[in-house]
Design a binder for this molecule. Structure first.
Ligand SMILES: NC(=O)c1ccc[n+]([C@@H]2O[C@H](COP(=O)([O-])OP(=O)(O)OC[C@H]3O[C@@H](n4cnc5c(N)ncnc54)[C@H](O)[C@@H]3O)[C@@H](O)[C@H]2O)c1
Length: 488
């Protein structure tokens, strides 16, 4: 049949490129059929290859050249050197191109996967409340297990004072939720260890910054907190010279963020928060009383705490928030802060390092009104129990609200050399003492609390002397750091 085509038919078909492809396709079919009977020579016989390829149909030629019916068996016409090189390059480039495409696709898939993982993590961190498990943990942590129990949000819950207060509230049946950003001002592993203790008692610590307004708002919409125990802060007097902005971030912006959330909440909670004995600054009149002047801070830390007291006054005045400020005096005890002298002295004495003991002007020993953690916890809990309700709702004040400030100290200051004497006895190791003049780094020469007001209003009555308290601390310290997981 193919052999019967007239020249005119073929010329007509050559006018139309699709027809040329058709004919080439038909020829390929025939060649495939005939190859077994060794009749491949038929194809040129049907005159297909006798037509010179018209320049306007280059496709026809290329199709003819590159479509072997049986790869590997067809007789390939010998091409010239340049076309062989060109062919080789074409295959090489095609292979390279395919490889590049595969590599790009692989990279894109990998990138998309990583981004989605990262995105999921970010969403977890930014909007944890979208996770039903997270919400369930929050609610479970806030279960009240006593009549007329409170719902307390404790900020800085993985901190020294925060962890002890959280445990005390939980123990008596209040619903407690913690929040802490686990910053690395001191060993975060210690904060994690406290968190693990709280978790064991059913207290969930939300890992977040108190400046996260969206998160706070969400927490207040989930839980009608009756009280906020605000203990999150950048503590430490000397560190303020290294990292001043951390004090502004946590102690000023953070406090405002908490008070904003409390003011908007409906019902508004009562707020109890930690100020500091450092607000007494360079005062020389002892013991320090709440009515003494507090406008001469000796450190940025003290200045941020003083600023906090004034900010608290404003929120009480404008929004009707019930606010109690507590001026703690050098708190110490188990699970304490490694940056504080009693703690770092213990480490250094046990490891045989020298300890620096500062002296004030005229070689006067520094003295502190060391206050044991259990006494501080009692003062915090009594403040919660005696706090009156806030009077505002949804950001509007409906009447005057309670505003209080209390010293929580021990009333029996001990000088630093005496503190070291006690530690030497408890540790049974002699300290290597360096007596040096106190640098101007924010420390004050002495603190001494007048606690009359707290005694009267809170029933606060500290009962632990320094020797007894340090004995408990040393006992904890030895246990804690003998565990392989503990870091110093
Ligand atoms: N320990 C003392 O002797 C003493 C004395 C006076 C006042 N205070 C005050 O008592 C409070 C508790 O002190 P502490 O000794 O337990 O200190 P701490 O450092 O052990 O606890 C504070 C906790 O707050 C967290 N935190 C800090 N900034 C935060 C932020 N922006 N968002 C979320 N969490 C944040 C920290 O991670 C830490 O766990 C602080 O306000 C401190 O200024 C303590």
């Amino acid at each position: 049949m193919y052999g019967q085509l007239s020249q005119a038919d073929i010329d007509k078909d050559l006018e139309d490129p699709t027809r040329i492809q058709f004919w080439y396709f038909r020829a390929t079919q025939v060649r495939t059929k005939l190859k077994s009977s060794d009749q491949r020579g038929f194809i040129p016989a049907m005159n297909f290859g006798t037509y010179s390829k018209p320049a306007q149909y280059p496709m026809a030629g290329s199709l003819q050249d590159n479509f072997p019916s049986t790869p590997g068996k067809v007789k390939v016409e010998k091409s010239n050197y340049f076309s062989r090189v060109a062919n080789r390059w074409q295959s090489y480039i095609t292979a390279k191109f395919s490889f590049s495409v595969i590599a790009v696709v692989f990279l894109l898939v990998f990138a998309a996967f990583s981004v989605s993982l990262l995105g999921a993590k970010t969403i977890q961190q930014v909007t944890p409340w979208k996770d039903p498990i997270w919400r369930a943990r929050v609610k479970h942590s806030c279960l009240i297990k006593r009549d007329n129990g409170f719902l307390v949000l404790v900020t800085g819950a993985s901190g020294f004072v925060g962890s002890h207060v959280s445990l005390a509230l939980k123990k008596r049946g209040d619903g407690v939720l913690g929040i802490d950003n686990f910053n690395n001002y001191y060993e975060p592993s210690l904060k994690r260890a406290r968190q693990a203790l709280l978790e064991k008692q059913g207290i969930f610590v939300v890992e977040a910054d108190i400046n996260n307004a969206a998160l706070l708002q969400k927490l207040f919409s989930l839980i009608p907190f009756t009280h906020v125990m605000h203990l999150a802060a950048q503590a430490g007097v000397r560190y303020a010279m290294q990292n001043p902005s951390s004090y502004v971030h946590s102690n000023i912006a953070g406090l405002v963020s908490i008070l904003e959330a409390c003011k908007t909440a409906n019902p508004q909670p009562a707020v109890v928060w930690a100020s500091s004995s450092s607000v007494y600054g360079l005062n020389t009149k002892v013991p320090f009383s709440e009515i003494d002047r507090t406008d001469r801070p000796a450190s940025l830390y003290a200045a941020t705490k003083k600023a906090g007291e004034m900010i608290a006054h404003t929120y009480n005045h404008i929004y009707g928030l019930s606010i109690t400020g507590l001026r703690f005096f050098t708190v110490y005890g188990p699970f304490g802060r490694p940056d504080m002298a009693y703690f770092s002295f213990t480490t250094d004495i046990l490891e045989g390092r020298d300890i620096n003991i500062y002296q004030g002007p005229n070689h006067v020993d520094l003295a502190r009104d060391f206050t044991y953690i259990d006494d501080i916890v009692k003062g915090c809990v009594a403040s919660i129990d005696t706090a009156k309700k806030s009077t505002g709702s949804g950001g509007k004040k409906k009447g005057p609200a309670q505003l209080r400030i209390f010293n929580l100290g021990n009333t029996t200051p001990v000088n630093v050399p005496e503190l070291v004497n006690i530690l030497e006895k408890l540790l049974k190791v002699k300290a290597q003492r360096n007596i040096i003049s106190m640098p101007r780094n924010g420390d004050v020469p002495f603190t001494h609390a007048n606690i009359t007001l707290a005694q009267k209003e809170l029933g606060y009555n500290p009962t632990t002397d320094l020797h007894t308290g340090l004995k408990k601390f040393v006992h904890w310290y030895r246990n804690y750091y003998s565990q392989p997981s503990a870091e110093k």
